[in-house]
Structure formats: structure tokens, C-alpha cells
Design a protein around this ligand. Sequence first.
Ligand code: GNR
Ligand code: NI
Length: 184
Amino acid sequence: MALLPILTLPDPRLRIVSKPVESIDAEIQRLLDDMLETMYEAPGVGLAAIQVGAPKRIVVIDTAKQEEDRSPLFLINPEIIWASEELSTYNEGCLSVPEYYEDVQRPARVRLRHRDRKGELQEIDAEGLLATVIQHELDHLEGGLFIDHLSRLKRERVVKKFTKAARLEAAHRIAEQVTEDVDA
Ligand code: GNR
Ligand code: NI
């Protein structure tokens, strides 16, 4: 297993629409395992393949609070086939928008259809945190992010902040390299 680097805002790859998985082979299973390890290590309760740069309709989720209770869900080509009229609000975060949290309103309950790790068709009913995380991850498959649910003012503020931080980080890397080159 391997830890994969997680893409963060404003990486344009996060806006790619992911492609359905055609066959669930060893390569896909390796990606699922690497994504799960990466999610646990982060730590996070969900991860979509595009967050590690793979534009495939693949998601891993585990909402267990304790390490002993771990029970990962592997979702391949997931589809929401029903959503409740009733909404619920959850304070969401995203590994691709680190350390930023905002309330998002979504359907309180959903029914999901997907293929599992073995390629078998499954349906699950979800509510609470799981329903929220499923919808958050399905947004990622469409190139969406939870900040798209916020006001334009809030969203643009966050994007600006992360764009500035990324520019600063790039400048620091260059400065460090110059120092190394001069010292050499
Ligand atoms: O770890 C995560 N926590 C979380 C909390 C509330 C709503 C959604 C999430 S998903 C997030 C991990 C992530 O970015 N998945 O794409
Ligand atoms: Ni996310």
C-alpha cells in the first residue's frame, strides 16, 4: 500500500469530471487500497479518486469514530437513486480545502447504487454524516467542491486565500533552491 499526495485548491484537476470505471481489475483494487490508506492517514472520512489525481468514478468512505470500528465502503460508479425532500445542515470540511469549514445544506437521506470492491452491484440507504459524505464525494466526481454550495463572496474569498498561499509556497521553494545552488 502507498500514501498518495492529495491535491488542494486551486489545483485545476479538482474540476475534472471523472470517468466511469469499465472493469474492476487489480489496478483499480490497488488504487482503492492506496486511497483508503491515504484517507485514514490524513485523517478524513471520505476520499474521491480525483483528489489523488485519478479522474475515475471511485470513492472510499469510513465514518467510524474509533480505529477499532473501521468498516470501509468502496464505491465504484456510485449513483444517488433517491434523495429525501428533508434537508439537513452539516459543518463540512474537505481534504482538498484544508482547515476550512462551513455549513452546507443537503438532502438528509439518500439511496445509493454502486459497485463494490468485487464488482458486485449494491444499494445502501444513508442518513446523518454518511449521507452528507456520500453527497460531498459525488460532487467531487462531477468536478465539484463543497465551497460551490456557499455564497459567491465566501467561495471567492477561499479560492483567493488558497491561490495566494500556493503562490507563496512556490516562491519559497524557488528561494530555497537558489540558496542551495549558491551554497553548492
Ligand atoms: O474528512 C472529511 N470530512 C467531512 C466532514 C463533513 C462533510 C464532508 C466531509 S468529507 C472530508 C474528506 C474529503 O474531503 N472528502 O472528499
Ligand atoms: Ni472533499
